[in-house]
Design a protein around this ligand. Structure first.
Ligand SMILES: C[S@@+](CC[C@H](N)C(=O)[O-])C[C@H]1O[C@@H](n2cnc3c(N)ncnc32)[C@H](O)[C@@H]1O
Length: 288
């Protein structure tokens, strides 16, 4: 693997939520394909995937650009680049994909080709200055090239309002506690710039035109198959771990019970565990 810029220590808190990003990305794969479609990537294009995670979008982009095209993948975490390159290798697409170890917070990644499209999902919100990150990505585009930032959407719903353990409304209180954790994590870093507008405004302020958005529903009704159930349990455990300091004792105890595979009340036994959520993406074009 060629890595054009080396940073030895990934920034804590920037990785994927789950212990198995490839499984999570597979579950969200249809949503990713729907959000990628408006970029209209064609054979021969040069595209960039920023913060690829385990690489599900990278694979779709590598298929779309064909043999003559290129996909540059940019990540601050070498493990994420490696995971993506492994997935790309298994699909036989290595020749089309170039890994670049780079921290988006230090400016545009070193890509010298004219870029037709940039895709970045659930990555820019990790940076201290979202406007600067979007401007850096915009600067990669050729005139008329397109940027897509997949951020926002809605929190997931997976358990009934009253699941019979603890007090009803556990999941909405988990959202609130998780929000408090993420606000503290975000603001607790030196040099953070607070943004009060939405992502569409940030794209507009970066000089992009024709800014639009698309939201897509992810609806896996109960009963879940083993693959989706595993991802839901993994995501819930990650959220509970992070939100832990902001949960009250009763809710913390209820989640401990629900997430313990040795407990009779383990969520993994429930026939009504589901996954309902929304993902959103924002698009804009660099003016000619
Ligand atoms: C939550 S994961 C998103 C993975 C995938 N794109 C998805 O939508 O599921 C965030 C990704 O962004 C990367 N990342 C976070 N901060 C970054 C930064 N400052 N520069 C480059 N990559 C970063 C992480 O290493 C990780 O691969």
């Amino acid at each position: 693997m060629t890595i054009t810029e080396r940073q030895e220590t990934p920034i804590p808190g920037t990785g994927t939520s789950t212990t198995n990003p490839a499984a999570a990305e597979a579950v969200f794969g249809h949503a990713t394909s729907r959000l990628l479609a408006p970029l209209q990537v064609r054979a021969g294009d040069t595209v960039v995937d920023v913060g690829p995670g385990a690489g599900s979008a990278t694979l779709a982009l590598a298929e779309a650009v064909g043999e003559r095209g290129r996909v540059h993948i940019v990540d601050v975490d070498p493990a994420m680049l490696e995971a993506t390159m492994n997935a790309v290798g298994k699909a036989g697409l290595t020749d089309r994909v170039r890994p670049i170890l780079h921290d988006l917070e230090s400016g545009p990644p070193p890509i010298h080709d004219a870029v037709d499209a940039v895709w970045s999902s659930a990555c820019v919100h990790h940076t201290r200055d979202w406007g600067a990150a979007v401007r850096a990505l915009t600067s990669l585009l050729r005139p008329g090239g397109s940027l897509c930032i997949a951020e926002g959407g809605l929190p997931s719903r997976s358990i009934p309002w009253d699941c019979g353990v603890g007090t009803p409304g556990l999941e909405t209180r988990l959202d609130a506690a998780h929000n408090r954790w993420s606000t503290q994590w975000f603001a607790g870093r030196a040099g953070v710039r607070r943004h009060t507008g939405d992502w569409g405004e940030i794209l507009g302020a970066a000089g992009l035109e024709g800014v639009t958005r698309l939201s897509t529903l992810i609806d896996y009704p109960a009963p879940l198959d083993e693959r989706v159930r595993g991802v839901v349990l993994d995501e819930l455990a990650a959220r509970v771990r992070r939100a832990g300091p902001f949960l009250d004792d009763r809710d913390a105890a209820a989640w401990k019970t629900l997430l313990d595979p040795a407990d009779a009340q383990w969520l993994g036994h429930r026939p009504d565990l589901a996954l309902l959520t929304v993902r959103t993406a924002f698009y804009g074009r660099r003016p000619h």
